[in-house]
Design a protein around this ligand. Structure first.
Ligand code: ADP
Ligand code: MG
Length: 341
């Protein structure tokens, strides 16, 4: 048994800028396990961003393409416990032998190997054997390898042989797409504004995004009544209330675009039309004021502008506020609307 969860397939994994590199590397590995430069493939990123899902997806795809290959998914905790048991029962060699027979070995959350010298040692030997035999190794971790404290240098240097690809927090479009796919899979629907409210509110963790959706869907089917935006707000707000909520760039853009009756696509486009440039600059200004994002990040969210453009936008807005009363009115209005989220 490969220990793979069939729901965690590539088909169910929504692609976005946040995961494109890791996903395509995973896909390449699945088509040619052990035969690409991505060996090991290490997928890293924060909690709930899809590391486990993507690792399973690769394993499932390998199994579909190469039914005779042995694929094993194991968490690093399980690996550690198995190893401890094996040592206790004098089955150390059986343990090593078992793992050396695998064609595609997936170990999830290897940061838990930190500080466990004996587990790292046995993993080192298994790793070397598999790698030399052209077998595929896939690892996940919650941070970049260099940041894992308590991991032996010789393992860290092995990790560098392949590819380390990170998963980022999903951007708004991806969050909406994930919610839509989830609803489709459940055969359920919610009003568009409700879906958008969830996607705007929960920005850093796909698991929480799904959690909010599921509880709203459950409520909807329980009460057999339509979920209104007000009800959805209450429920989503319950989800996020314990985490101090920072306004997101996406949210600022939405408020600014609504205010000027403009599409977000237009705001993010390359157009130099005066009113679009101005709305874009205002969105950049608020993003700088109200989020912790860097100038570069803000620029990227506003259609791939560089940090100098964002800085220029902030100055322009400041200047205009001093000289143009009507403009100042816009900014004050918008500030209220954004803070009110
Ligand atoms: P991690 O291992 O990084 O903590 P998981 O792989 O467990 O995160 O993902 C958390 C949840 O979010 C899972 O239910 C997973 O299916 C879902 N998920 C994460 N990323 C995506 C994505 N790109 N598309 C669809 N679902 C996703
Ligand atoms: Mg995980």
């Amino acid at each position: 048994d490969s220990q793979l969860n069939p729901n965690y397939s590539f088909k169910n994994f929504v692609e976005g800028d946040c995961n494109r590199l890791a996903r395509s590397a995973g896909f390449a590995v699945a088509k040619n396990p052990g035969g690409t430069a991505f060996n090991p493939l290490l997928i890293y990123g924060g909690v709930g961003l899809g590391k486990t899902h993507l690792a399973h997806a690769i394993g499932i795809d390998v199994k579909n393409r190469f039914p005779n290959k042995t694929v094993l998914y194991v968490s690093s905790e399980k690996f550690t416990h198995q190893f401890i048991d094996a040592v206790r029962n004098n089955e150390h060699n059986d343990f090593i032998h078992f793992y050396q027979m695998i064609d595609v070995l997936i170990i999830d959350d290897v940061q838990f190997f930190a500080g466990k010298a004996k587990t790292q040692d046995v993993f080192f030997h298994i790793f070397n054997h598999l790698h030399q035999s052209g077998k595929q190794i896939i690892l996940t971790a919650d941070k970049a390898p260099v940041e894992i404290i308590g991991m032996e240098q010789r393992l860290l240097s092995r990790f560098k042989w392949g590819l380390a690809a990170d998963l980022q927090a999903p951007e708004l479009e991806t969050r909406i797409a994930i919610l839509e796919m989830k609803m489709y899979n459940e055969g359920l629907e919610l009003p568009k504004d409700v879906v958008e409210y969830i996607a705007y509110s929960i920005t850093t963790n796909v698991r929480e995004l799904e959690g909010a959706l599921i509880s709203i869907l459950a409520q909807a089917s329980l009460n057999k009544k339509a979920i209104t935006i007000d009800l959805a707000r209450q429920m989503v707000d319950k989800f996020v209330k314990n985490t101090a909520r920072e306004v997101s760039i996406d949210y600022i853009q939405k408020v600014v675009c609504d205010y000027f009756d403009m599409g977000i696509d237009t705001l993010k486009s390359k157009t130099r039309k005066r009113e679009v440039v101005q709305a874009r600059q205002i969105a950049m200004y608020f993003s700088k004021q109200m989020t912790k994002s860097s100038l570069a990040t803000i620029g990227m969210h506003c259609g791939g502008k560089d940090h100098a453009t964002v800085l220029h936008a902030c100055k322009t807005v400041n200047n205009l506020m001093d000289t143009d009363k009507r403009f100042r009115g816009y900014i004050e209005d918008l500030k209220k609307k954004i803070s009110l989220q």
